[in-house]
Design a protein around this ligand. Sequence first.
Ligand code: SF4
Length: 427
Amino acid sequence: MFCYQCEQTAGGTGCTKVGVCGKNEDLASLQDTLIIGLKGVAAYAYHARELGYRDEQVDAFMSEALFATLTNVDFDLNRFIDLVLRCGEANLRVMELLDKAHVARFGSPEPTRVSTGTKAGPAILVTGHDLLDLYELLKQTEGTGINVYTHGEMLPAHAYPELKKFPHLAGHYGSAWQNQKTEFEEFPGAILGTTNCVLIPKESYRERMFTCGIAGLPGVTHIKERDFTPVIEKARQLPPLPEKEGGTLLTGFHHNAVLAVADKIIDLVKAGKIRHFFLVGGCDGVKKARNYYTEFVQKVPADCVVLTLGCGKYKFNYLDLGEIEGIPRLIDMGQCNNAYSAIQVALALAKAFNCGVNDLPLSLVLSWFEQKAVAILLTLLHLGVKNIRIGPSLPAFLTPNVLKVLQENYNIKPITTPDEDLKEILG
Ligand code: SF4
């Protein structure tokens, strides 16, 4: 960790870790947290801006917050804690803005069953988060006989009316980002990476891989200004996919869709038929410890509902959890930015039950990996949400002192085992 006072690595050669410098490890930790959170805010702001939406307050906060991380500008820990929470507030604004932009451009998502099989014919696989890239590709491939498949965080695209209207948006292929090397190698068509969480390709598929927008990979053709002609031409030259049956995945539970059945959900809670809600979501990753999330969802009792978002869902979204009187027990709210939808549902339930979000029968069990997850965590803290469980491990950039503040004020805790955590939550 970089020490912003003595300008060297804390704990490195020459670091005395005494006096003011020792205290600055916490300051450096908060600065790192802020910078990581800002990266998440920037990602959402970028997507919104591409769709023609921007927020002056978010832009102003980003300038102020980045400025505050300059060397020797600010050594006040309390001011930094405030800035970190304000980063959560800015992220809430920008997630709201992005949701507004998505809904205005592509319509309000509807619960949608998505095929995981393949159709016979040439194909392009699209990974990342950028719905505008997908939309433009769908327009450019219309009538060409090329099918387009989603990968990773693109799954929720199938739920937007203006995207699902394309009959050649043929289905979903594969799972989360960490499995790209295996899944892309097996996919015979062209592949397009639109955003972060795109891995450096293996030689076996490098020449049929493309990037666009913010994404870039060594030795991979980068598409400019959303002219996907090279991707389309490559798909035409490559072997077609076979006709193959698959299963289905259910997605598209935007807050508009969930709130449309809010009365029914509230009645089921009041009647004791829904005992508890769990928000189990965030990022997926390679660590074996993330199997916790599969086991956790498998062990959630039959009278409980699981909400999910982000690519962490691939740990369990293939499971059939059934329904409670027509309400699915596994509700996929979308991409990580759709944490905004989860927040809207929680706030609406709190209003209906005349209580605070922390008093709802709702527990958050999050998996984190990258910057957007940190921004979302800061949003939850800004909203005063307590008792969040985080895994597979706590962020290493939090010093013991910063962690202590989070634990004392918000009761953040690491995941333990599914059995222990479920026992503690449900009593
Ligand atoms: S949820 Fe996080 S880890 Fe997963 S693809 Fe999105 S940004 Fe990457």
